[in-house]
Structure formats: structure tokens, C-alpha cells
Design a binder for this molecule. Structure first.
Ligand SMILES: Nc1ncnc2c1ncn2[C@@H]1O[C@H](COP(=O)(O)OP(=O)(O)OP(=O)(O)O)[C@@H](O)[C@H]1O
Length: 272
């Protein structure tokens, strides 16, 4: 668990007894999870387990058939994704949704202006004069975030010229620029090589140590999840079959069975 995680505080994000039916198919069956403040929580499971469905329910794209979702104690079960963003929830996408012609820095500046000077952002856009000279406090915030994610050397490069690994870091930087209390990460390691995945893992751990933010991510890379998460939830056929620390999950017989139906841990499966 992160040194700064305080489990005595109420959960930042909480799903209680969430059920999601698609016609006759039960994609989620009474699933509950908590994301404590300043923690990294992972959600894993074999194909078709219900991870994306739960991600959709938590991010506001899907309304569950039953159950509740709360953010800092407020019921947001039927709150739109946009309204959740205003309440401090940010997300990244499996396929980064960035502007290929803008630079890394411009992405962070735009997100910072959404948070700190929305009116100014729209004036700049509508007048067509481009982004005006930034105030000093904005420059300091943007520099600090770019440094935190190790993006300094490529800050002035255009997104279209960058590899996927860098784009994912930019997405995380952009999500953090709106000062969220929680970031949902959708398959952040998808398409990354081993080196890029290790770099992403380091950055995510740094971010939680230095920012007042919680991370919940859905991942296929079980080894990544077991390496960096404080707690891990495992779904199989829409049912939560295990939850605990990475060490507990590694040893859980139900998890082993779900992944391979054999005496092999998810970590071993990921390496094979
Ligand atoms: N919109 C939908 N309509 C009908 N069935 C759906 C819908 N979305 C998901 N399902 C079904 O719900 C179940 C869970 O799917 P989901 O995509 O949430 O699993 P997953 O764990 O994310 O899988 P994967 O790792 O393969 O992406 C699957 O049986 C899937 O076919």
C-alpha cells in the first residue's frame, strides 16, 4: 500500500452491489469495489469477465441495472460522465484521444485552462488568435506536471510525431491537469512494449505519491497490476471472485483457476 494511503478515510470511489444486465446476459452480478484516497487499485479478469462494463458504470457511460456508485460519498450512479468530471473524476482512453498537431505542452496547457480559466480558453479559441501568453502561475503548474511525468525533453514535440508510450503519458498528464481526485485508466499499457510499460508504472506510482489523487485501472497486463497496485479486484463471468493485496491475489486459488484452470498464477501466465 502507498505510504500515504489512509484506509480510515471514506472511499473516494465506491461501487455497491452493481448489477448490469444486457438482455438476458448478466455482465456484472452484485459487484462491489472501493477505491480509497491516494491509492492505486487494479481491476483484472479474463476476457469477457466484465471489466469494461464496470469501467463504463464507474465512468458514467453505462447506468447499472441495480446498485450504486458514489464519489466522495455522493451518489453519482445516474450522473453523466461530464458531470462526474466536474466532481473530480478524470479518465484516460485505451486509444489515446489526443490532437496530432498540438504539442505535448499545448495539451497540458489546454487542460489546465479548462480547470483554471475556462472563459479565457474560449476567448482564445473563438478569436482565432491562438493561445495567449500564459500567466506565471499557469506556467508553473504546467511545468511541474510535465516534469512529474518526465515529459520535459519532448514538451515541444507534436503528438503525431511521438510513440504510443509517450502519448499515454501525455494522456495521464492531461487528466491530472484538471486536478482530479480520481483517475480511471482504461488499459493504460495496451500496445506498449516492456520498457514503455515499466516507465508508465514508475510514473503512475510517482503521481500517487506526489498528488492527492487515486487511480483505478482496468488492465490486461496482470503483472503490471500486481506490481504497482495497493489492492486488486478480480472479476470472472461478471462475479468478483477475489480482492486483496497483490500477494493475496497471487496466491488465491480462485484467481489461478479463473486464469488458467491450473496451478499457475496470473503473473506466471503474463510471462508465458
Ligand atoms: N453492450 C453490450 N451488449 C451486450 N452484451 C455486452 C455488451 N457489453 C458487454 N457485453 C457482454 O458482457 C460481458 C462482459 O463484457 P466486458 O467487455 O465487460 O468484459 P471484459 O472483461 O472487459 O472483456 P475483455 O477483456 O475481453 O475486453 C461479455 O459477455 C460481453 O459480451
Amino acid at each position: 500500500m502507498s505510504a500515504t494511503t489512509d484506509v480510515s478515510l471514506p472511499a473516494r470511489l465506491s461501487a455497491r452491489d452493481v448489477t448490469m444486465r444486457f438482455g438476458g446476459l448478466v455482465a456484472l452480478d452484485n459487484v462491489s469495489i472501493d477505491v480509497p484516497p491516494r491509492s492505486v487499485v487494479g481491476l483484472v479478469g479474463p476476457n469477457g469477465a466484465g471489466k469494461s462494463t464496470l469501467f463504463g458504470v464507474l465512468s458514467g457511460l453505462l447506468t447499472p441495472s441495480a446498485g450504486t456508485v458514489t464519489l466522495d460519498g455522493t451518489d453519482i450512479t445516474r450522473t453523466s460522465a461530464r458531470a462526474r468530471a466536474r466532481r473530480g473524476m478524470a479518465r484516460t482512453f485505451q486509444h489515446p484521444e489526443l490532437f496530432t498537431t498540438l504539442t505535448v505542452r499545448e495539451h497540458v496547457v489546454l487542460a489546465d485552462r479548462v480547470r483554471h480559466s475556462g472563459a479565457r480558453l474560449w476567448t482564445d479559441a473563438i478569436t482565432g488568435r491562438g493561445l495567449r501568453r500564459p500567466p506565471a502561475d499557469e506556467t508553473a503548474r504546467v511545468d511541474s506536471l510535465i516534469d512529474a511525468l518526465g515529459l520535459g525533453p519532448i514538451a515541444h514535440r507534436r503528438i503525431g510525431d511521438l510513440p504510443l508510450g509517450s502519448c499515454r503519458l501525455v494522456e495521464v498528464a492531461r487528466a491530472l491537469a484538471v486536478r482530479p481526485r480520481l483517475v480511471l485508466l482504461d488499459e493504460p499499457s495496451s500496445g506498449l512494449d516492456v520498457t514503455e510499460t515499466a516507465e508508465l508504472a514508475d510514473v503512475l506510482q510517482q503521481v500517487v505519491a506526489t498528488h492527492d489523487v487515486s487511480l483505478l485501472f482496468v488492465e490486461h497486463d496482470v503483472e503490471l497490476v500486481l506490481r504497482i497496485c495497493d489492492s486488486v479486484h478480480v472479476l470472472d463471468f461478471g462475479v468478483k471472485i477475489a480482492a486483496g493485496t497483490p500477494d493475496q491475489i497471487r496466491e488465491d486459488p480462485a484467481v489461478r483457476a479463473a486464469y488458467l484452470g491450473a496451478d499457475v498464477t496470473p503473473a506466471q501466465e503474463a510471462q508465458s
